[in-house]
Write a protein that binds this ligand. Structure first.
Ligand code: C2E
Ligand code: C2E
Length: 170
């Protein structure tokens, strides 16, 4: 586990991803990935300090943990302010709904730090694979990442569905 947030760490995520990838391939099920990044994290750290920054990461983690399915979905801290959610047996449309609700919920979250409210928002890249696409596991993560990049570039506080054709799939 990741000590700061109590979520899975990247290593554990990669293990679960490998397992679920195989299972979904075998059972002909869709698998969706959400790459989630807290917006303006550097600015939060610079303005309020690192302890406040850590508190924001914990709040985001708490939202992620309560807003996705505890048993089947896996949420992990993937990097500094980056999180990943894997939703097995979940279509593009459904994953988009989850992303939408996460953007909304995190946007409603504002930890109080010494009397000041710190407004939070996040950007999300969504990618979904169905077995007949014959896609590489790593390409799915990269596709979600490129969606995240697009979400940042187009103004943050939103989710973007990755273009899998561009990412080398389809
Ligand atoms: P909905 O909330 O509009 O969700 C539509 C579909 O999005 C769900 O279809 C599911 O495929 C996907 N989805 C939504 N949230 C999650 C999530 O956290 N993880 C994953 N992996 N997928 C998610 P589904 O399963 O057929 O559910 C149909 C409707 O049943 C949902 O529509 C919702 O209204 C209700 N529902 C099902 N489970 C729950 C739950 O645990 N809590 C709440 N509040 N409603 C639920
Ligand atoms: P859970 O499956 O671990 O889901 C945890 C939380 O993720 C839910 O809390 C909800 O906020 C979100 N979530 C998961 N799936 C969906 C979905 O399809 N749509 C929406 N809108 N949200 C979703 P919540 O709603 O408090 O539910 C707590 C627990 O109660 C769920 O834990 C699940 O075990 C059960 N549950 C609630 N509604 C349903 C349902 O419609 N069908 C099933 N099979 N279980 C449900």
């Amino acid at each position: 586990t990741d000590r700061l947030t109590g979520l899975s760490n990247r290593m554990h995520f990669d293990e679960r991803f490998e397992e679920e990838w195989k299972r979904c391939q075998r059972s002909q099920l869709a698998l969706s990935i959400l790459m989630i990044d807290l917006d303006h994290f550097k600015q939060i750290n610079d303005t309020y300090g690192h302890v406040a920054g850590d508190e924001c990461l914990r709040k985001v983690a708490a939202v992620l943990k309560t807003e996705v399915r505890r048993v089947t979905d896996v949420v992990a801290r993937y990097g500094g302010e980056e999180f990943v959610a894997m939703l097995p047996d979940t279509s593009y449309d459904s994953a988009a709904r989850v992303a939408q609700s996460l953007v909304q919920r995190i946007g409603q979250t504002s930890p109080t730090w010494h009397g000041q409210k710190i407004p939070l928002s996040c950007s999300i890249g969504v990618a979904c694979v169905v077995p007949e696409m014959n896609m590489d596991k790593q390409a799915l993560l990269m596709a979600a990442d490129s969606g995240l990049y697009e979400a940042k570039k187009s103004g943050r506080n939103r989710y973007i569905l990755a273009n899998l054709a561009q990412a080398g799939g389809a």
